[in-house]
Write a protein that binds this ligand. Structure first.
Ligand SMILES: NC(=O)c1ccc[n+]([C@@H]2O[C@H](COP(=O)([O-])OP(=O)(O)OC[C@H]3O[C@@H](n4cnc5c(N)ncnc54)[C@H](OP(=O)(O)O)[C@@H]3O)[C@@H](O)[C@H]2O)c1
Length: 386
C-alpha cells in the first residue's frame, strides 16, 4: 500500500488523482490533502478518503473548516507552512504536487529533501528551479515522476535511457484559438479560452494553453526532467492529442507514446511506476481517428512560446521572471482588466525591466519571483482595458 499526500486535491489534476485512488483503493491510500480555500470540496474528500491531515492555504477558510464536523480527529494545518508540514507527514511515501503556480516550488523541494517520491504536475517547480530540484532529488534518493502527459509520454519512450537521444518532441493541442486572426485574438474572452477542445483543466493552464506559454514552460520542464539541451527539444502542434511525446534516437528511430487524452493515464503511471497496472481506461483506437496531423507552431502569432524559449536560453532568474509575469497577466486577463493579446506584451515588458541574475539557490529564485510580480503588476496597471 502506497501512502500519498496530494497537494491541490480540489483542482483538475487533484480530482483526477482521487479518481485514480478511488479505482485502486488496495494500492493507494490518501494520507494528506491540501487545498487553497475550497473547504466544501475538501470536506467531501476527507469524508471519502479519510486522510490523517489536511492543509488549507487561506487562513480564514482553514478556521471555518476547523469549526466543522469534518475536522474532528484530523490535523488541520494552514498557510504556506501547512503545505510544508503536510509534505513531511511520516506515513507518506509519495507526494503528488498538483498545486498551480510558483507556490508549488517549496513543497517540491521539501518532498525531495525528505527522500519521498514526487509525482509532479506542478511544472512551475521545474521552470523556477529544475536544476536544483533534480540535484536534490539525486542527493536524497527521491524519484521524480512527471504527470504532465507530454513528459509522461517521453518518460515512457525513454524507459530509463539517457544516452543516444537526438531529439525530444512535445506535442501541443494548439488550444481553442487555433486559426484565429490577430484581430479575433484581441477580442477573445476568458470564457472562450476556458473552452479547451480536448482537455478539462484549471484556469491558468487553459489560458497558457491558448497562448502556447504552457508549451514553453513544458520545454523548460523537459530540459531538467530529461537532462537534454534546449536545442534538442521541439514542439509540434497535434490537434488530435493522442501522441503526447516522442523521442528521436541517434540511430534514426523515433518512439512515440500514444493514449487517449485522459490525465488519469499519466497519473496512474506516475503513482504505480515502475509497474504497469491493469486499469479500466480505454486505449486509443487509431483506426477511428483516420489521420494524425503535426504542424510546426507559428511563433509570430503566438509570441509567448518564443519568449519562453528565450527565457530558457537566458537561464538564471529569467524563467522565474517569466512565470511570475504570466501568473499576474493571466489573473488580470481572467478579471477582464487586460486583453488576451496583452499577455505577451506584459511578459516581454517585465523581462525588459528586470536584470538577469544567477539563480543558484531556491532563495535566489523566490526573490526573482517576488520582484517580477511587482514589476508585472505595475505593467498591468499601465495597459488596463478602459
Ligand atoms: N489540468 C491539467 O490537465 C494539467 C495537465 C498537465 C499539467 N498540469 C499542471 O498541474 C498543475 C495544476 O493544474 P490544475 O489545472 O489542476 O490547476 P487547478 O485546477 O487550478 O487546481 C489548483 C489546485 O491548487 C490549489 N491551490 C492553489 N493555490 C494554492 C495555495 N496557495 N495553497 C494551497 N493550495 C493552492 C487549488 O485549491 P482551490 O481549489 O481551493 O483553489 C487547487 O486545488 C499546474 O502546474 C498545471 O500546469 C495540469
Amino acid at each position: 500500500m502506497k501512502h500519498v499526500v496530494l497537494l491541490g486535491s480540489t483542482g483538475s489534476i487533484g480530482k483526477n488523482c482521487l479518481r485514480v485512488v478511488r479505482e485502486f483503493r488496495t494500492r493507494f491510500r490518501i494520507a494528506g490533502l491540501a487545498t487553497w480555500s475550497n473547504v466544501k470540496a475538501l470536506a467531501e474528500q476527507v469524508e471519502e478518503f479519510e486522510p490523517v491531515a489536511v492543509s488549507i492555504g487561506d487562513e480564514r477558510a482553514a478556521e471555518e473548516f476547523r469549526q466543522g464536523p469534518q475536522a474532528r480527529g484530523l490535523e488541520v494545518l494552514s498557510g504556506e507552512e501547512g503545505l510544508i508540514e503536510l509534505v513531511r507527514l511520516g506515513q507518506a511515501q509519495m507526494v503528488v504536487n498538483a498545486l498551480v503556480g510558483a507556490i508549488g516550488l517549496l513543497p517540491t523541494v521539501e518532498a525531495v529533501k525528505s527522500g519521498k517520491d514526487v509525482a509532479l504536475a506542478n511544472k512551475e517547480s521545474m521552470v523556477l528551479a529544475g536544476e536544483i530540484v533534480m540535484r536534490l532529488a539525486k542527493e536524497h534518493g527521491s524519484n521524480l515522476l512527471p504527470i504532465d502527459s507530454e513528459h509522461s509520454g517521453i518518460h515512457q519512450c525513454l524507459a530509463g535511457r539517457s544516452v543516444g537521444i537526438r531529439k525530444i518532441v512535445l506535442t501541443a493541442s494548439g488550444g481553442p484559438l487555433m486559426g484565429r486572426s490577430q484581430e479575433e485574438l484581441r477580442n477573445v474572452t476568458p470564457e472562450e479560452v476556458m473552452r479547451h477542445p480536448v482537455w478539462s483543466m484549471g484556469k491558468r493552464i487553459c489560458v497558457d494553453s491558448a497562448s502556447l506559454l504552457n508549451k514553453g514552460l513544458e520545454v523548460m520542464e523537459a530540459r531538467w526532467f530529461f537532462g537534454v539541451e534546449l536545442s534538442s527539444i521541439g514542439v509540434l502542434l497535434h490537434p488530435q492529442c493522442v501522441v503526447h511525446g516522442m523521442v528521436e534516437f541517434a540511430d534514426g528511430s523515433t518512439l512515440a507514446q500514444i493514449s487517449r487524452p485522459d490525465m488519469k493515464i499519466p497519473i496512474l503511471y506516475a503513482l504505480s511506476y515502475p509497474e504497469r497496472v491493469e486499469a479500466s481506461f480505454e486505449s486509443c483506437n487509431l483506426a477511428d481517428l483516420h489521420s494524425l496531423t503535426f504542424v510546426e507552431p507559428d511563433l509570430d502569432r503566438f509570441p509567448c512560446l518564443r519568449l519562453a524559449y528565450a527565457a530558457a536560453r537566458a537561464g538564471g532568474t529569467v524563467p522565474a521572471y517569466l512565470n511570475a509575469a504570466d501568473e499576474v497577466a493571466v489573473e488580470a486577463f481572467l478579471l477582464g482588466t487586460v486583453r488576451f493579446t496583452d499577455i505577451p506584451r506584459i511578459l516581454e515588458s517585465t523581462l525588459e525591466r528586470l536584470t538577469w541574475r544567477p539563480a543558484t539557490s531556491i532563495e535566489d529564485t523566490l526573490a526573482a519571483d517576488a520582484e517580477a510580480r511587482i514589476v508585472a503588476k505595475g505593467i498591468v496597471s499601465e495597459v488596463r482595458v478602459g
